[in-house]
Design a binder for this molecule. Structure first.
Ligand code: ASP
Length: 344
């Protein structure tokens, strides 16, 4: 029988707790030299997967993440796409869902796994969650059936669960189980075996990978609360230069029906600003027109963001604005499920 070729995985280290060590003097967590990772995780040498790695010259805490770094990551994947069967990105958990969402849009027609992982405790600490996260993420990134990858999308693997990246958000800063994907089921669960939820995975495509490297962050966010003033609302809506606003609304996409509020939104729409309505609820979706308190939004041309997470909504907007689409095309794309990020 023909021996199956070993699969190859590229590990990209951006920073985050997983690669940090405690400073002996100040007790602060600081990034350590990535070259010592195999000393920390000797199990990596035993893998039946060819492992290569790239480390950021200056690893970052993911709170310093920026669209320019996403572009850098997308380019690394583009340059190495044909050389590897899968990719694992080591990343801080704080903004991991933003990066996973952004990459899902930037990597069109992805036909290989891109798995982001990290940890809540540094890998050098005995009780670290980093080892299991890293080892299983690599295993998933290298998983193939009949020479084809099992996973063809950007995911987050954390604490025994594989999620679609653009469906996640970080909900817990102290538990190992740090991510949730309330509106889409886990893609896999790691127990004794890794059980894939095959029907939930994105289907492979025959189209060639297209990497988008323009992200436009001229976006304002207006999070509603009872009693929000006209002064604040108007200051946000009239921020010079913005092209889009994310409206974080109540329940199924509802807002106050006060006239001044509707007028501010209408003025923005008249100026060509795109307004996307997403809900502050973590589960469920925006249905404009379900209540009187959202019908006015639909009538004036606010776009309903369905069940998109905030992370997905903001990165999808950055991606679409980066495409320099006209407003009609942009609004159409916002409503469409591009990478499994929303339920139409
Ligand atoms: N602050 C860290 C980061 O996001 C936390 C973590 O790694 O989980 O980079």
């Amino acid at each position: 029988m023909k021996k199956q070729k070993k699969s190859s995985v590229l590990l990209i280290y951006t920073g985050g707790t997983i690669g940090m060590m405690q400073d002996v003097v100040t007790s602060e967590l600081k990034p350590f030299d990535f070259k010592t990772l195999t000393q920390q995780v000797p199990e990596l040498k035993k893998f039946d997967i060819e492992l290569s790695s790239i480390a950021f010259a200056k690893p970052i805490d993911s709170s310093n993440m920026h669209p320019l770094v996403w572009i850098e990551l997308a380019k690394i994947i583009k340059d190495n796409y044909s050389k590897y069967d899968g990719f694992v990105i080591l990343h801080g958990s704080d903004t991991m869902s933003f990066t996973a969402s952004a990459l899902s849009f930037m990597l069109e027609n992805l036909n290989k796994p891109v798995i982001l992982t990290g940890s809540q405790l540094p890998i050098g600490i005995i009780r670290t969650d980093g080892k299991e996260n890293l080892i299983t993420a690599i295993e998933i990134a290298g998983s193939q059936v009949k020479g084809k990858p099992v996973v063809n999308e950007v995911c987050i693997y954390f604490e025994y669960k594989l999620y679609r990246g653009n469906r996640t958000f970080k909900y817990n800063s102290s538990h190992f189980d740090a991510f949730k994907s309330p509106n889409y089921p886990a893609l896999a669960e790691a127990g004794v075996n890794i059980q894939y939820n095959k029907s939930a995975l994105l289907k492979p495509t025959t189209k060639a990978l297209k990497v988008h490297t323009h992200m436009d962050n001229d976006i304002a966010v207006l999070k509603l609360f009872p009693g929000i003033s006209k002064k604040i609302t108007s200051a946000i809506i009239n921020t010079p230069g913005i092209k889009a606003i994310i409206l974080e609304t109540f329940g199924a996409g509802n807002t106050t029906t006060q006239e001044w509020f509707a007028n501010e939104l209408k003025k923005a729409i008249a100026k060509g600003i795109v307004i996307l309505n997403i809900t502050q609820c973590l589960e469920g979706k925006v249905i404009q027109g379900m209540y009187e308190t959202s019908s006015h939004l639909k009538k004036m041309g606010v776009i309903g963001g369905a069940d998109m997470t905030f992370e997905s909504a903001i990165t999808k907007l950055m991606f679409l604005l980066g495409q320099k689409l006209n407003n009609t095309q942009l609004k159409k794309q916002l409503l469409i499920d591009l990478r499994g990020e929303l339920t139409e």
